[in-house]
Design a binder for this molecule. Sequence first.
Ligand SMILES: C[S@@+](CC[C@H](N)C(=O)[O-])C[C@H]1O[C@@H](n2cnc3c(N)ncnc32)[C@H](O)[C@@H]1O
Length: 367
Amino acid sequence: MSRISTINSIANNLADSPISAVDLFCGAGGLTHGLLQAGIKVEAGIDIDGQAEYAFLRNNPGTKFLTWDVGRKKSSSIEKLFSAHKLRLLAGCAPCQPFSKLTQAIDNHQCWNLLKNFARFIQSIQPELVTMENVPELAERGQDVFNHFVHTLEKLDYYVDWKIVKCEEYGVPQFRRRLVLLASKLGELNVPEGRYQNEEKWKTVRSTISDLPPLESGEEHPKDRLHVASKLSDLNLQRIKATSADGGNRREWPEELVLECHKRETGDRYHSIYGRMWWDRPSPTMTTLCTGIGNGRFGHPEQHRSITLREAALLQSFPKAYQFWPPGTKLNRSAVSRMIGNAVPPRLAKALGVAIMEHVSANDSLD
Ligand SMILES: C[S@@+](CC[C@H](N)C(=O)[O-])C[C@H]1O[C@@H](n2cnc3c(N)ncnc32)[C@H](O)[C@@H]1O
């Protein structure tokens, strides 16, 4: 089946979906894509970043994209987006940066406000179903903020369940921990266990990217401009060549290649920086800067380069054909890298969507 007919068939099937969803902070559509695959009709994605519009619409049939600042919207504007006579799912993944390990102050921060807005919409709209994804630090360092969110839902008589999930257990070829919350007015709804608990079942870097055409540093594939390797400086090229294939790291380098900051005792903490991925393990967590070898273990397992945007998208479990940037316009690599690193992996999103669909059909049959 061609890509277009696959997209059309998804759109047609979703007209009968019992669930109508709106995705707040939708980005390029990782969360939406997985929910659609689970059979949930996503009506609209909302994001302040207009650069995400193309990717969101191109890959997610039957949706609309609204370039809105969530903090400035009335809940009535959101409420109007849902279809009548369907169960409403308010989905969202507020921006995570305020809770990164490097950030100290979290109270009164933008993220607090955006989560408050999420809670404000829930209070006013009272959708039957809610899903929220965020970084684990929200439940750890941002405990007060998160507890407030959970209590708000509980006071509104939602059944709430949340857990910190390991994405590799959901078929994502990547070690990534995320906080996932599900809530329902229909009854008990739990965050599903991953079907890939057993290490032998984990998807690996090899099973995900080894069939892509090889590239040199700085080279772009003629048919897929996302398969493009950042150009390494001569020194960084020497460094990656001095890093052994399949999991090598900078401790193997001769003295003359070692960075001054890494010679200090504290520098040794970040030993994965400039490292290569392992072929037969899931990748490290994809970040918004994951195509630079100086930002983490983002070296290709054996080619002398960092991973490409396409490889990063595949390691996030986006389908190979997912389009991120309008053809015929200059590719903004940092914008695409941000969208990929920020995304909810579609395979995790699909597992959540399937759990929500099963919950709805179980509760429907009780009527
Ligand atoms: C973690 S990302 C969401 C990723 C997305 N759910 C996905 O799966 O691809 C957070 C998003 O929030 C958006 N954002 C930040 N502030 C916002 C605001 N005030 N209103 C709407 N969107 C906002 C960012 O542009 C970013 O795309």
